[in-house]
Write a protein that binds this ligand. Structure first.
Ligand code: SF4
Length: 213
């Protein structure tokens, strides 16, 4: 493990966040599945009793987690195209046993930075699911919170806005103009995670590969 990851792991432990290290995205998948299984055994639940949900994430697609969790009770908040149904699914996801997500940036200090449009992903990160697993590729490692915001506004947001076909300045001109365009802006909430009040509730799988954006 590179020194930068071992140092970051120590910083996360100070914040009551459990770090894991994965050399490859295949290792990351194995780690995520083993965490879910350990939580299931700890709770004494059957596979179908384990409610697993997730936030929108290219990283999770890239590690191919979705096709490996079908034996659980998976709540996909994005499967319905009906906005009301999707909204209700996102609310139910807040009560999942395990919630999967990535992050927009992680600082050398161990602080994690995310920006969300609706806030369902960040709502789950802050409170609700018993366990939150964040899979974070090395491309999201930044020096500090200022660099995190620059990364999010110049890399993550333009690509996410394009992916979602949003008509925002970042998607159309590659430049953030702090937009407030109804139904278009993807920047609603900025969350800095500096400490997990519930010890070991948040798990961070650091991956020594570029994942997501
Ligand atoms: S505030 Fe608007 S322009 Fe800036 S990154 Fe967010 S969506 Fe893009």
């Amino acid at each position: 493990m590179d020194k930068i990851f071992s140092t970051l792991s120590e910083r996360l432990k100070e914040r009551q966040i459990v770090p894991y290290y994965a050399e490859t995205k295949e290792d990351a998948l194995t780690t995520v599945l083993s965490i879910i299984e350990a939580e299931r055994e700890k709770k004494g639940k059957s596979e179908k009793e384990m409610l697993i949900s997730f936030g929108g994430s290219r990283t999770l697609s890239e590690i191919d987690v979705y096709s490996h969790i079908e034996r659980y009770n998976v709540l996909d908040p994005y499967v319905s195209k009906d906005r009301k149904e999707q909204y209700e699914a996102k609310r139910r996801a807040l009560l999942s046993d395990v919630f999967l997500m990535s992050a927009n940036a992680i600082c050398e200090s161990g602080e994690i930075v995310n920006i969300d449009g609706n806030g369902n992903r960040l709502g789950a990160l802050i409170f609700g699911p018993d366990t939150v697993i964040m899979v974070i590729g090395k491309n999201k490692l930044v020096k500090d919170k200022n660099e995190a915001i620059v990364r999010i506004k110049t890399v993550a947001c333009p690509r996410n806005a394009s992916r979602l076909s949003r008509k925002t300045p970042c998607a159309e001109k590659g430049k953030c103009e702090s937009c407030l365009i109804p139904s278009q802006t993807i920047c609603g909430h900025t969350v800095y995670t500096r400490y997990s009040a519930i010890p070991e509730r948040i798990r961070v799988v650091l991956v020594n590969e570029n994942l997501g954006f």
